[in-house]
Ligand binder design. Sequence first.
Ligand code: PPE
Length: 307
Amino acid sequence: MPVTPTAKIWMDGHLVDWDDARIHVLSHTLHYGCGVFEGIRAYATADGPAIFRLSDHIGRLLRSAKIFLLDVPFSEEELISATVEVVRASGLDACYIRPLVYLGYGEMGLNPLPAPVQVSIACWPWGAYLGEEGTTSGVRMKISSWQRHDPNAMPPAAKGTGMYINSSMAKVEALKAGYDEAILLSPQGYVSECTGENLFVYRRGRLMTPPASAGALEGITQASVAEIAADLGEPVVEANLLRSDLYTADEAFLSGTAAEIVPISSVDDRPIGDGSPGPLTRQIQRTYLDAVHGRLEGYKDWLHHVR
Ligand code: PPE
């Protein structure tokens, strides 16, 4: 998906012009993939742009960094105000925000510890991640031949840059086979998540999502869905799911910052329900979109206003 430039990118404490946000080709992370990142969205609200669950995202960024022993030279508060600064400088009402912690220039070799830890935060306008059609009618999913990371090969709780090769391989496989998105299974054969989204299944009256122990990222949208669903009287249960639970689900949807809430219309060509988004999926999707746009009083503490 093409990126539209905005005014400024925050780099190591300063706002620089978009075209000047450059790094050296011998930057450590470019070679070995040891970096961590976040994806955050800001939404237009009646009180101006608001960043959704900003401190939760910065908290996860710092936890990801801790897992890889990356010593981030900025505090949580500094990263929160830097993110607000970038969004404000963009002049946009709504955007996608990408904080990145990476290892810069000066050291090569597999030991990352001596390399300088650097931080950038960029934002740009980003539309429906899986397409408008997918958001309204649902997406066609394929179970990938690629497995999710074994937790002792790559830590699924970390949002690590290099870890996304796994997601990209699954994504390409699904697209080339004519599907919209992939579902990955854990090495134990349980449903884990999608390439950049968590997954929910509604089956025989239970709304379920795979646990972190099945290799899923602890999604912030997933946690938001859990709160919304509980408020709607459908508490979410964390459960190990088999691929047959997907094939026989009454409803299924995926959740993520970029994707938001997207109904699943089929898995490996088995229609979910009658193949169109189910009532619970629609209700959760509508409530989520109302919440992020500040239209629901009960969820306003999720919003960090920019002005
Ligand atoms: N699992 C994975 C593997 C993942 O990358 C994401 C976010 C999620 C689950 C959902 O997490 P959360 O955003 O906290 O609800 N994926 C980001 C990457 C998108 C990209 O293409 O880059 C995102 O949605 O921002």
